[in-house]
Design a protein around this ligand. Sequence first.
Ligand SMILES: Nc1nc2c(ncn2[C@@H]2O[C@H](COP(=O)(O)OP(=O)(O)OP(=O)(O)O)[C@@H](O)[C@H]2O)c(=O)[nH]1
Ligand SMILES: [Mg+2]
Length: 450
Amino acid sequence: MDTKPPTPRAVLVGIQTPEVDDVAHAGSLEELGRLVKTLGYEVIGSVSQRREGTGAAAVLGSGKLAELAAITGGTGEVASMAVRPKSKARQRFEEAGGAPAREEAAGDAAPRPEFVIVDHELSPSQIRNLERATGAQVLDRTGVIVEIFHRHANTREAKLQVEMARLKYVAPRLRESSGGGGRQQGPGAGESTLDLDRRKIRDRLAELKGQLEAVQRDSDNRRAARRDQLRVALVGYTNAGKSSLMRALTGSEVLVQDKLFATLDTTVRVLQPETRPRVLVSDTVGFIKQLPHDLVASFRSTLAEALEASLLLYVVDASDPTADAQLDVSRSVLREIGADAVPSRLILNKVDRLDAAARAALSERYPDAIQLSAHRPEDVSGLRLSIIAFFEAAMVEEVLVVPYARQALIGEVYESARVLSEDYDETGRVLRVRGLPGAIQRLRQSLAAT
Ligand SMILES: Nc1nc2c(ncn2[C@@H]2O[C@H](COP(=O)(O)OP(=O)(O)OP(=O)(O)O)[C@@H](O)[C@H]2O)c(=O)[nH]1
Ligand SMILES: [Mg+2]
């Protein structure tokens, strides 16, 4: 009946540096726990320590390291042991055999956690040292995020981008762990294999880059075709409720999950009930703090959608104690990709979880924000009206004349503007339209072109 492989178990490790307060530290570990759960591991506990920095050879001080090793069944010593082989089968074998020196007396004790997951980006040698001391496999925050992206990517574009980010993450770690050759998945160890692996990675990266460019040309074309339409993009921290709002606003069946990075691909749907001209809503990938740099690069194309929107809705989970920090992260990622120039509205979501006092405090701090719950239809209708009002305010009225010889352009006019009236004169069809200035200018250019 129960044939699923056992759930891997993990211990979290966090360092609280002086500039991080208690709420942020707890929030960060909590978030790491959710990331790890998203990967399908069970979190059995955490070890955290206040330190000046995260750069120590084995991350933790020796006392804490021993504490951690007692949980994982390692020696607690960095230097005394050769690198242990890290294949899963080998690990289970060792656990079953009770190999670690510190195994407690009870033979029926719960199995040791196989993973130690550190809430900071680690150097390859820190990973190696921690693996030696704990006897467990060590992953850092970046490794976890890259792995989640790898598993969740759906479209070809997302898959290519994530494979590139993953290879770039793996490559330097191959280089530095050459001594033991234990971590990489390649066959065996040794210099020659390593060189081969590195060359393979380089070749594969070049190949992926070429494929990605081809796919991106396609999606650029598709975006260009949508250029003149009214577009709004939902952006924000992972799990803020972007996809929930997308569903509610467009009646589409996009994936909503209480998981980090449920959405990795941009989807575009029409705002419902439809308006004239229609408004397109896009749902985008979420942000997270300490986003690995290569993944930010991969966001760039996914978020080109956001860059071209006329309105960005910054969605924030207002019920999260670290909401402010999450908003900062979203703002800085968007600044990094150049989307901070796009007009935006702040959406404080999940206020159904807050009491009246908390909501009042939010109104005071963010007087211009829209407070709502994606789960309340009346709130969603209100948001729809705000979106429409935004576009109405930005639209201008003009008269366009479509010559009789160019009637094929009528469809284009209807796509990107609202036609208020139609008349005919000797030159052609005279349309009084209302639309965004950019769209009308482009229509004029099409009409002027011969
Ligand atoms: N209570 C409450 N829960 C909400 C609300 N909006 C979304 N949620 C829940 O929050 C979780 C995340 O929602 P999603 O819509 O998947 O969030 P997202 O921003 O798309 O997340 P990613 O795609 O992972 O970046 C789900 O469990 C939703 O049901 C809300 O207004 N109130
Ligand atoms: Mg989503």
